[in-house]
Design a protein around this ligand. Structure first.
Ligand SMILES: Cc1cc2nc3c(=O)[nH]c(=O)nc-3n(C[C@H](O)[C@H](O)[C@H](O)COP(=O)(O)O)c2cc1C
Length: 286
């Protein structure tokens, strides 16, 4: 039986740039692979209710919707491509909506860890990708994949991304990276030495934080280029399998910590009870 590539598109547009780019990567992978597709905006993925049930009683998320079928498809796939359109300077909300349910990933560590994945953000205007590239990279990292490469691709009109030779080259390199870990793509500029990310926030004390893995450390100019010297922080989420398990345990410990401080928290919250009027959904009125 052939291997399965799961293509996850965060665009609502059928045969839009996201869907086409996934198919272009798949086409370049050669034979022996089957393509399974997910169009996130089309699915019913409800918001996380912050009840933490999924951490305590495996997969007992109270939301009944399409989240689990997508997660199962991801777990079953041999590799995956996630492509999101940039909307207002970040990956569109269907991607984040899926990610928000991600505490459930902890029940799938064995089936997700180390799966080859590549990530693409599609922007309509050159240079207007905002946090899109980091957002799609984060999807692969937090779903515990082996991020083999990522890119920003430009194309506004549906299909426009296929017209550029440069984009074709990106698709080709990403296809090869999925097939061969030695062909993984490396960002052209300075990277985080911990995770390979290339999106940073500069902190006031001569340090910087990697927006992908959250490690921080000093930065400096060395031989005419910027170099980062990050070290993993206290809460690495995905750098190793042990980190994943440690973070899940830490999250489970929140229940005890909440119970211990419940009275204190109740007292501090009380004065705010009933303050303000909330806008009601007009939908529920009809
Ligand atoms: C609501 C909306 C907001 C957008 N915001 C941006 C943006 O901030 N930056 C950008 O480069 N392109 C932006 N675009 C353009 C899309 O990213 C672009 O058309 C992309 O190709 C869409 O992918 P699709 O064809 O798969 O739907 C926006 C498009 C829409 C519909």
């Amino acid at each position: 039986m052939g291997k399965t590539l799961l293509g996850i598109s965060a665009s609502p547009r059928k045969l839009g740039n996201c869907e086409l780019f996934i198919k272009d990567i798949f086409r370049r992978m050669g034979g022996g692979w089957e393509l399974r597709m997910v169009r996130l905006p089309e699915l019913d993925i409800k918001p996380c209710r912050a009840c933490y049930q999924c951490l305590f009683d495996q997969m007992k998320c109270p939301q009944e919707d399409d989240f689990l079928p997508v997660l199962n498809a991801l777990a079953e796939a041999d590799a995956y491509v996630v492509v999101a359109p940039v909307y207002l300077l970040s990956a569109n909300s269907s991607l984040k909506g899926f990610m928000d349910r991600g505490l459930q990933f902890y029940a799938f560590v064995d089936r997700l860890w180390g799966k080859p994945g590549v990530a693409v953000a599609i922007a309509g205007i050159d240079g207007m990708e905002g946090s899109g590239k980091r957002d799609v990279e984060s999807f692969v990292k937090l779903t515990m994949g082996d991020l083999r490469g990522s890119a920003v691709v430009y194309g506004a009109l549906p299909g426009e991304s296929l017209l550029s030779l440069a984009n074709g080259e990106i698709a080709e390199r990403l296809a090869r990276a999925i097939l061969d870990p030695d062909m993984r793509l490396k960002p052209a500029g300075p990277v985080c030495p911990v995770c390979g990310g290339d999106t940073f926030r500069f902190l006031p004390d001569g340090r910087a934080r990697c927006m992908l893995c959250s490690s921080s450390g000093p930065w400096q100019w060395e031989n005419g280029s910027l170099t980062f010297h990050m070290a993993p922080g206290d809460h690495p989420l995905f750098l190793s399998r042990a980190d994943v398990n440690r973070h899940a345990e830490w999250l489970r410990g929140m229940k005890e910590r909440f119970l211990e401080r419940r009275q204190e928290l109740k007292a501090v919250v009380k004065p705010y009870l009933g303050m303000g009027t909330f806008l009601e959904s007009q939908k529920s009125k009809v």
